[in-house]
Write a new protein. Structure first.
Length: 310
């Protein structure tokens, strides 16, 4: 945890201290203002280096990695996490080191560098296990599961997600558990294991509903919609897609709305209702365009054209 801000430097000047800059950076980061947060963390880093404060420098490197990762600046994120990990290792801060390795694994995974990602997640997990506690290892297991799933290594992905879910359940981390159940549902669905997928999505939806996690609940309902649609259970699919769409709309999640609309478009196309399918694909495409997701927008356009040409 960070040291509370002192409000001024020890010399009595009115310039903010490294601690205050760090706290301000965290505040902006949590408000999704990553550009401002990164500037504050860079200032905190400069002060920490000048003062020879290795802990503060490592913390600044770590949070810069978080900022750059969210901005998809993967080269800068990798450099920041790597430097944070080295400083944490040098000063014997194992928790910080493991967190930096976890972040590094995320960066490699986003770049589809799966060998490096697996190595980073594994090293993070080993450090977490050595120092005790359960949350860290569970988070690393989810990262490993993501890497395996991206490579269609479903057996390994199932094992990692299942172990993570069990740990989250044991320590009472319902959000972590719901997320692990959700991705476990994805893995089962991608293998056409529909019974297991339905069970995982249903449990994820129930846990998310209990803790008021609307995004997780809607994502699980959308997953259920896919499961039903792929089994031609159109009545159930329509109902669950509609519930997901309702939640996404209420909370202003445009990406979720677009994904649900595309799912309903697929449903209508498979039912032979091509005009309705085109309407849903068009609405989904508009949202994807607004979000700058050109590939998804083009995908919707392609499906709409198929409906028109039938």
């Amino acid at each position: 945890p960070s040291t509370p801000p002192s409000g001024a430097s020890s010399s009595g000047s009115k310039e903010p201290s490294a601690d205050l800059l760090h706290e301000m950076g965290r505040m902006n980061y949590e408000q999704n203002n990553c550009e401002k947060a990164a500037l504050l963390f860079q200032q905190a880093l400069s002060l920490a280096i000048s003062a020879g404060n290795q802990t503060a420098a490592a913390d600044a490197f770590y949070w810069l990695g978080n900022c750059y990762g969210l901005q998809s600046k993967f080269t800068e994120a990798k450099e920041s996490y790597t430097r944070a990990q080295k400083v944490y290792a040098r000063i014997g801060d194992d928790v910080g080191r493991a967190n930096a390795l976890l972040g590094l694994g995320d960066v490699y995974r986003f770049q589809s560098k799966y060998i490096e990602a697996e190595e980073s997640y594994t090293r993070a997990q080993e450090v977490y296990v050595r120092i005790g506690g359960d949350l860290g290892p569970a988070n690393a297991l989810v990262g490993l599961g993501d890497v395996y799933r991206c490579q269609s290594k479903y057996t390994e992905a199932e094992e990692s997600y299942t172990r993570a879910q069990e740990v989250y359940a044991r320590i009472g981390d319902d959000l972590g558990r719901a997320n692990a159940l959700l991705v476990l549902g994805h893995v089962y669905r991608e293998q056409s294991k529909y019974t297991e997928a339905e069970e995982s999505y249903t449990r994820a939806q129930e846990v998310s509903a209990r803790i008021g996690h609307d995004v997780g609940r809607a994502d699980a309902l959308r997953g259920l919609g896919h499961v039903y649609r792929e089994q031609s259970k159109y009545t159930e699919a329509e109902e669950t897609y509609a519930r997901a769409q309702e939640i996404y709309t209420r909370i202003g999640d445009d990406l979720g709305r677009a994904n649900a609309l595309r799912g309903i478009g697929h449903l209508r196309r498979e039912q032979g209702s091509n005009a309705e399918a085109v309407s849903h694909y068009t609405r989904a495409r508009e949202l994807y365009m607004q979000l700058g997701m050109i590939g998804d927008a083009e995908n919707c356009l392609a499906f709409a054209k198929r409906c028109v040409s039938v």
